[in-house]
Design a protein around this ligand. Structure first.
Ligand code: GDP
Ligand code: MG
Length: 389
């Protein structure tokens, strides 16, 4: 029989972010290795985290790798995303649902463009707490590291992050078992425990889980995975799939997290739900599973949209009514059309009221955040203000 997940400690969702090659995946592997010595994790080697997601045997998500571990006081689900585009997609749509982030910065290279972009993204999507892993400290001149630290404090303060712990670490040397650097990982985890508070979880509201992935488990049926956004779910509950087509209702016959069975999945948990009588093809990433009748799909809405400036990675030219970018909502992205009020033009840096018509209906509600992308870059961030259909 499968092991049961016993909820003895608060659960938090965290993840690494930062410029490519600064050591996010190495650090993620190192954390699991260091904690495995204390029984707080199963060691997950680098190539298990970073392999092509399609090949991942756990198959939990399409473009996020999850590992789990425990410190003395918390249970963490930790996401490490393979590339910059995955960060933009998963962070800005809120798919990653980070309660806190570990910003990985190479002490050898300092702040790089994706470092800036991820800090900006974190601020925009409401990641309230950041801890810095100043990585590759094994090879860095301490005075140079001091300078990087100063610049980082400045960058973080500009985005509203005050009193951020900055811990000098070496993921690589910790992986190799060097005691000095193993201790640096322990210090980093202590900083995360101390600095990232346990968030308020909305469990007393109807269930909602944005679908990240669906897979067939031989002999058991279809399993749908994702992070529970709010509410709770248990065996025997009926759930409804909403958005991107017809949808369905189904009875939940199993609830798991990281391969362990759960009595009850709660807001904040990374869950796998086994659904009775559903084929994998019926489920789509980007649908939401909800308590029946509590959500509906829409194509037409008004929104308040902030257009990123060129410096923030956005456009350098105005957008006009009839603009057709891609809209990123929770775990999906769909094409759509955006119409502007007034003279029908808006410049980067402006916040504007718009009407959006999506190419396909998705589950929407007022207050939902979304991102707007075009040609591989994020050009805007918006909030739904009213549903029109
Ligand atoms: P990611 O793109 O941020 O996930 O970076 P990776 O974890 O793939 O690491 C990029 C490169 O940096 C690899 O060659 C690592 O071996 C190296 N690296 C990672 N951490 C450290 C470290 O602490 N010290 C040193 N010297 N090299 C590191
Ligand atoms: Mg990586």
């Amino acid at each position: 029989a499968k092991q049961a997940y016993v909820r003895t400690k608060p659960h938090l969702n965290i993840g690494t972010m930062g410029h490519v090659d600064h050591g996010k995946t190495t650090l993620t592997a190192a954390i699991t290795k260091v904690l495995s010595k204390r029984g707080g994790a199963k060691y997950v080697p680098f190539d298990r985290i970073d392999r092509a997601p399609e090949e991942a045997t756990r198959g939990i998500t399409i473009n996020i790798s999850h590992v789990e571990y425990e410190t003395a006081t918390r249970h963490y689900a930790h996401v490490d995303m393979p590339g910059h585009a995955d960060y933009v997609k998963n962070m800005i749509t809120g798919a990653a649902q980070l309660d806190g982030a570990i910003l990985v910065v190479s002490a050898l290279d300092g702040i790089m463009p994706q470092t800036r972009e991820h800090v900006l993204l974190a601020q925009r999507v409401g990641v309230e707490h950041v801890v810095v892993a100043l990585n590759k400290a094994d090879g860095a001149d301490p005075e140079l590291a001091d300078l990087v630290e100063l610049e980082l404090r400045d960058l973080l303060a500009k985005h509203g992050y005050q009193d951020v712990p900055i811990v000098r670490v070496s993921g690589l040397r910790a992986l190799e078992g060097d005691p000095e650097w193993v201790a640096s990982i322990e210090a980093l985890l202590q900083a995360v425990d101390d600095h990232v508070p346990v968030p308020v979880r909305y469990t007393d509201v109807p269930f909602l889980l944005p679908v990240e992935n669906a897979l067939t488990v031989t002999g058991r049926g279809t399993v749908v995975t994702g992070a529970i956004e709010r509410g709770t779910v248990k065996i025997g509950d009926t759930v409804q799939a909403v958005g991107l087509g017809e949808g369905f209702t189904a009875v939940v016959t199993g609830v798991e997290t990281f391969g362990k069975t759960m009595e009850r999945g709660e807001a904040g948990d990374n869950a796998a739900l086994l659904l009775r009588g559903i084929r994998r093809e019926q489920v789509r990433r980007g649908q939401v599973l909800v308590a029946p009748g509590t959500q509906s799909a829409h194509r037409l809405f008004t929104a308040r949209v902030y257009l990123l400036t060129g410096d923030e990675g956005g456009r350098s030219t105005a957008v006009a009514t009839g603009y057709r970018p891609q809209f990123y909502l929770r775990t999906t992205d769909v094409p759509g059309r955006m119409d502007l009020r007034g003279d029908g033009l808006a410049l980067p840096g402006e916040t504007v009221e718009v009407t959006v018509e999506l190419g396909r209906p998705v589950a929407l509600e007022t207050g939902l955040g979304f991102a707007i992308r075009e040609g591989g870059k994020t050009v805007g961030a918006g909030t739904v203000t009213a549903l029109l259909d």
